[in-house]
Design a protein around this ligand. Structure first.
Ligand code: C5P
Length: 239
């Protein structure tokens, strides 16, 4: 994989115009674009097609979490939409994830295409150990251990990889081995502002710890020159 292919730009904007301007500008300098709830719910599934038509690949970040049949049907839609990646909550369970994995591979066979990369979100990084115990009533386990256990459950279910924080990359990589895809946000090059990110890692550190892809938003999208910012990150990854 080329260094640029590891970079996924978070399109955290409301409008089609803002999103497509970023795609046109950056598509030759990054690997994919992440469309989350903000943009997808503003524009609809058409946004995936519009980005694809410009030559960009799309990570649809909607974190599906429902009964197996419903999530599998949503996965079939993602496959027909030709998205590059999408994600689900591992908390939906093994049956949900394995039904989904089977469904997207069947749908891709039917279309003669590739199944999208499927990712599991384990424990949201906004959840603390205290909330895990006091609110979700998941006790007697360290948060990090739970992340690894759910990553393994996703892998056993046929899911391609996980989204996890930089702090969890090493443990997940060690448990799940080299083929399992790891996508990580919370990335800040040394030269960029932290914004609201608290525990950050540089692109190089994330790569060295074993991440495959990095979700990077504001350090690129809010840079004075987004292409130059992406190129600096590529240089850092290649160094
Ligand atoms: O602009 P920034 O680089 O902080 O954007 C990071 C992207 O990754 C945002 O879309 C954010 O919602 C997402 N994300 C995150 N931390 C997580 C999970 C997702 O920053 N733990």
């Amino acid at each position: 994989m080329q260094a640029k292919d590891r970079i996924i730009v978070a399109l955290d904007v409301d409008t089609k115009d803002e999103a497509l301007a970023l795609v046109k500008n950056l598509k030759d300098y990054v690997g994919a674009f992440k469309v989350g709830m903000q943009l997808y719910n503003s524009i609809g599934p058409e946004i995936v097609k519009l980005i694809n038509d410009l030559g960009g690949k799309v990570f649809v970040d909607l974190k599906f979490h429902d009964i197996p049949n419903t999530v599998a049907a949503a996965g079939r839609v993602m496959t027909r939409l030709n998205c590059f990646m999408f994600n689900v909550h591992a908390a939906g369970g093994k049956e949900m994830m394995s039904t989904l994995a089977k469904a997207i591979s069947e749908e891709a066979d039917k279309l003669g295409s590739h199944a999208p990369v499927s990712l599991a979100v384990t424990v949201l990084t906004s959840i603390s150990q205290n909330e895990l115990e006091k609110e979700m009533l998941i006790k007697n386990i360290e948060l990090k251990e739970l992340v690894v256990k759910w990553a393994l459950m996703a892998q056993e279910s046929g899911i391609t990889g996980v989204v996890c924080s930089p702090q969890e990359i090493t443990a997940v990589r060690q448990a799940c081995g080299p083929g399992f895809k790891i996508v990580t946000p919370g990335i800040r090059p040394a030269w960029s502002a932290k914004n609201d990110q608290k525990r950050i890692t540089t692109p190089r550190q994330a790569l060295d710890m074993g991440a495959d892809y990095m979700v990077i938003g504001r350090p690129i999208t809010r840079a004075q020159n987004p292409i130059e910012a992406a190129q600096k990150i590529i240089d850092e990854l290649e160094a």
